[in-house]
Design a protein around this ligand. Structure first.
Ligand code: AKG
Length: 290
């Protein structure tokens, strides 16, 4: 059985971005005006280039494949993990969204402000209509503290501590080891964790989160890009859109929904066990779909 976004809550799109695209993205990351140790927030606001990338091919096509053509980016973060700027995260779901302003609404709880932006935990049905694209700017092997996931855990709404512990004990985790230019497509409700990096090299990931509809009760998403770039950047905009035209094409997209339909090599899953294993992208069992 192949990993799929629908059944397993994640998929890895290999070689989604070309080397020139990656070089440009690395440049945009280097130009970010403010950084924390380990990353940065609000990239759609702080980087015109990253905002453009999030709404252009080939990146937007991945979000569309998951959510439909109405997908739009609502938040982007940089995670830059290395031995010198390191962390681990316990098993959790991503349950916070960024909104334009606080407005009490049924089912929206746990308001907070992060880097000046209002966040809240919405009801599960909002999160079920979202997807995150983790764009890898560097190789990420086991030594780089990759994301670990529990396949299928996204299909049961928000989980409490006891349920998380049950998933942890009964489900074989998958370590998402990927190459630079690969994109890990992830449902926010998928249980995930990560361990500290052992390697001095960087593990830079741009995580762009997409939604596909308005929020209820007058709430508004934060950072919905308006695509109004200054005229003076027209030339660079032109080269940007050329850089972000479809590269690997449409044929990798059906694999997100139904790998068997694509006819492409797919990621084969072994029987679940309550143990750990690692699955570097290059070492996944690749098999052509029947
Ligand atoms: O990139 C990582 O190591 C984990 C990030 C993460 O899980 C999160 O911030 O929700």
């Amino acid at each position: 059985m192949a990993y799929s976004l629908i059944n397993d809550g994640f998929a890895i799109v290999e070689g989604a971005l070309s080397h020139p695209d990656l070089e440009e993205l690395r440049g945009a990351v280097a130009r970010l005006p403010s950084r924390h140790r380990g990353g940065a927030r609000n990239l759609l606001q702080h980087s015109e280039f990253i905002a453009a990338m999030a709404t252009a091919q080939p990146v937007k096509a991945l979000a569309d494949a998951a959510l439909g053509a109405d997908a739009f980016p609502v938040r982007a973060l940089l995670f830059d993990k290395a031995r010198a700027a390191n962390w681990k995260v316990p098993w959790h779901q991503d349950t916070a969204i960024a909104v334009a302003e606080r407005m009490d609404a049924p089912g929206f709880m746990g308001w907070s402000v992060k880097d000046g932006v209002t966040h809240v935990h919405p009801p599960a049905d909002i999160l079920e209509r979202m997807v995150a694209l983790r764009i890898h700017l560097d190789h990420c092997g086991l030594e780089n503290g990759p994301l670990r996931v529990l396949p299928g855990s996204h299909r049961h709404g928000k989980l409490d501590e006891e349920e998380i512990e049950h998933w942890r004990r009964t489900t074989e985790e998958v370590s998402c080891c990927v190459a630079q230019g690969d994109v890990l497509v992830l449902r926010p409700l998928l249980l995930h964790a990560s361990s500290p990096a052992q390697s001095p090299s960087h593990r830079r990931v741009i995580q762009v989160e997409y939604a596909c509809g308005p929020l209820p009760a007058g709430l508004r998403w934060f950072e919905r890009p308006t695509q109004t770039f200054p005229a003076t950047t027209a030339d660079s905009r032109k080269s940007r859109s050329a850089a972000f035209m479809p590269l690997h094409g449409s044929n990798s997209l059906p694999a997100l929904q139904n790998p068997k339909a694509s006819g492409l090599p797919t990621l084969k899953r072994r029987k679940r066990r309550a143990s750990s294993r690692s699955c570097p992208a290059t070492a996944f069992d690749l098999q052509a779909s029947p």
